[in-house]
Design a protein around this ligand. Structure first.
Ligand code: NAP
Length: 256
């Protein structure tokens, strides 16, 4: 069995479902000891159980990352239990679709807090408490193709993900001196709970999406997860401050 992440301590935020869950499982398969997380212990624990069934180690920490005290708890508890943090994946996020003129301050704050601010706070805390003293670490931010364009009705989401891209570049260049790599993955359309909810609400249709994707299909969870494994591993040792798109060429075309 390949073990590209053998014994690495990896936190994957928002790993109860979707992309976060797929990354947690892929990391465990490569030998990492994974900390799963979500707002609900039972939901994150289902991923941890699947990891233990594989014969790998997993821990679950409930934390709502819109609360700074919960972010502190996530990072502090990981260090208490496991001594260090080698990999942090900032994946937890929500979609927010609304005409900009009707987007409430409350909804703006909700999206920007989890999609951008939590990425900053988790990274800062993991770096300061673990990765800078260790002089080693990898941070992977799950951004979006929408961090690169201004799609109508996504003011908060696009602004947050553009912020994640900028933050990735800043942290990647600033923390290179500590041997910390910071990268982002920009997924295209991946059929997850988040995506299904948008389809169910009628925000857009599958046909509408796939017409815009040169590869004419949704991305698969494992295609994002395999990219995360590569970026977390030493195979990507000279890649930092970079955004890698996993999107069937959608952003390459302008996509819209
Ligand atoms: P998803 O299936 O809805 O999963 C979102 C995850 O985030 C869940 O595990 C959820 O856990 C967790 N979460 C949400 N709010 C949280 C909070 N306040 N604290 C802790 N955990 C929280 O979504 P997904 O599609 O996999 O998206 C994952 C990431 O990929 C997001 O950052 C999203 O923006 C990005 N992305 C997705 C797509 C796509 O097509 N699906 C495309 C581009 C980018 P609980 O609900 O259990 O708390």
């Amino acid at each position: 069995m390949s073990e590209r992440l053998k014994d690495k301590i990896a936190i994957v935020t928002g790993s109860s479902t979707g992309i976060g869950k797929a990354i947690a499982l892929a990391f465990a398969k490569e030998g990492a000891i994974v900390v799963t997380n979500s707002r609900k212990l039972e939901r994150a624990e289902t991923t941890a159980k699947e990891i233990r069934i594989m014969g790998r180690q997993a821990h679950t920490i409930e934390a709502d990352l819109t609360k700074t005290s919960d972010i502190d708890y996530l990072i502090d508890t990981t260090i208490e239990k496991l001594d260090r943090i080698d990999i942090l994946v900032n994946n937890a996020g929500i979609a927010m679709i609304s005409p900009t003129e009707d987007l409430s301050e409350h909804d703006w704050d909700r999206a920007v807090t989890i999609d951008l601010k939590a990425t900053f706070l988790c990274s800062q805390k993991a770096a300061k408490r673990a990765m800078i003293p260790q002089k080693r670490g990898v941070i992977i931010n799950i951004s979006s193709i929408l961090g690169n364009v201004g799609l109508p009705m996504r003011a908060a989401y696009c602004a947050a993900k553009a912020g994640v891209n900028a933050l990735t570049q800043v942290m990647g260049s600033e923390w290179a001196k500590y041997n910390i790599r910071v990268v982002a993955i920009g997924p295209g359309y991946i059929l997850t709970e988040m995506e299904q909810q948008s389809l169910d609400k009628g925000d857009y249709t599958t046909e509408h999406i796939l017409n815009r994707v040169p590869m004419k299909r949704y991305g698969k969870l494992e295609e994002v997860a395999n990219t995360a494994v590569f970026l977390a591993s030493d195979d990507a040792s000279y890649i930092t401050g970079e955004i890698v798109y996993v999107d069937g060429a959608m952003s390459a075309t302008g996509g819209w």
